[in-house]
Design a protein around this ligand. Structure first.
Ligand code: P6P
Length: 333
């Protein structure tokens, strides 16, 4: 028998027992996201040639400039998920309110949230970007989905993950039974299994944060980052700093090499920059399944009860020991 690593589709099909209620719907949702990832990967890799760099001139609900690829990828994901008939409602970083699939397609079992192209400002410099997704089982009985289907705590997630468009294109997801990573073979247009049940390495003295903001951070975060930089070889300090400015790429490095990612709040914006539902919760689910932790400095990210589609949260994510260290700085006040 010819040996090759299973494709994403084969892997999901072989593990159908993890989500028996899905009767194939879950596979359709994941395949739609995977197809979007393949098409976005191609567009990104040709960005400078197909005029996919640059901005639309419009601002999104976040007050951020909308890159051409943000808009294109958002429309692509909405269309691909909508036509599965398995999604009752969607939430996107690029769209202010809930998105209903057309017609009867809105009767699906899943509510899906996503950031179509996270870190899109990196595209113009050919640096890594990513897509982040989160699938929740609907909580409303039937018919078109509703904001209630989207505003669920992260601990309810049926699945979550990301697609990293870097030196290779990776699809990483969890359904609560470990974290599994796949690499795209662009010559075949297939994601093949790279790592099953991926876990954080035990320890790593790397921190990833935009330290240019440290002057506006709250005092516990300032004390934490100064502690990391002190010269004390016995405790592995000073730590090394690594920051790409794209959450998916910064997180993927930490997942494989260890460390901690932090986007704290500051004196002006206590909730920080990153969005709970389609950035922080999905990666928190992945991190916990890989043996790590994700908090807002005091509380588990997955236990935060959302009140708004685009609400933000301070965010600390990575090795459990590193996140616990930050929490000690916060609990010491
Ligand atoms: P800053 C990208 O805009 C993003 O949402 C995340 O991908 C990234 O971690 C963060 O913002 C970068 O923000 O303020 O450091 O440029």
């Amino acid at each position: 028998m010819v040996s090759f690593q299973p494709t994403l589709n084969q892997f999901i099909r072989a593990r159908q027992q993890e989500y028996p209620e899905a009767v194939g719907d879950f596979s359709q949702v994941m395949n739609a996201i995977a197809l979007a990832g393949k098409l976005i990967s191609r567009e990104i890799n040709l960005a400078g040639i197909v005029d996919a760099t640059g901005y639309t001139g419009r601002m999104n609900v976040q007050g951020e400039e909308v890159a051409k690829l943000d808009e294109w990828a958002n429309e692509l994901i909405v269309d691909l998920l909508g036509e599965t008939g398995c999604v009752c409602v969607m939430g996107s970083e690029e769209v202010e309110g809930p998105i209903s699939p057309p017609g009867s397609a809105s009767m699906g079992r899943y509510a899906v949230l996503f950031d179509p192209v996270d870190g899109s400002s990196n595209i113009d410099i050919a640096a890594p970007v990513g897509t982040i997704f989160s699938a929740q089982r609907r909580v409303t009985e039937s018919g078109t989905g509703h904001m209630d289907d989207l505003l669920q705590p992260g601990r309810n997630q049926a699945a979550a993950g990301y697609i990293l468009y870097g030196s290779s294109t990776m699809f990483v997801y969890t359904t609560g039974n470990g974290v599994h990573a796949f690499t795209l073979d662009p010559t075949m247009g297939e994601f093949h299994l790279t790592t099953e049940d991926l876990k954080f390495p035990d320890k790593s003295n790397v921190y990833s944060t935009n330290e240019g903001n440290a002057g506006t951070w709250l005092e516990p975060d300032q004390r934490w980052v100064e502690w990391l930089k002190q010269n004390d070889p016995a405790t592995g300090r000073p730590y090394s700093a690594r920051y790409i400015g794209a959450l998916v790429a910064d997180f993927h490095r930490i997942l494989l090499k260890g460390g901690i990612f932090a986007y704290p709040g500051n004196t002006a914006k206590r909730e920080g920059k990153l969005r709970l539902l389609y950035e922080c919760s999905p990666l928190a689910f992945v991190a916990e399944q890989a043996g790590g932790r994700a908090t807002n400095g005091l509380r588990r990210i997955l236990d935060i009860e959302p009140t708004g589609l685009h609400q933000r949260t301070p965010y600390y994510l990575g090795n459990a020991s590193e996140v616990e260290l930050v929490e000690r700085f916060h609990s010491d006040g």
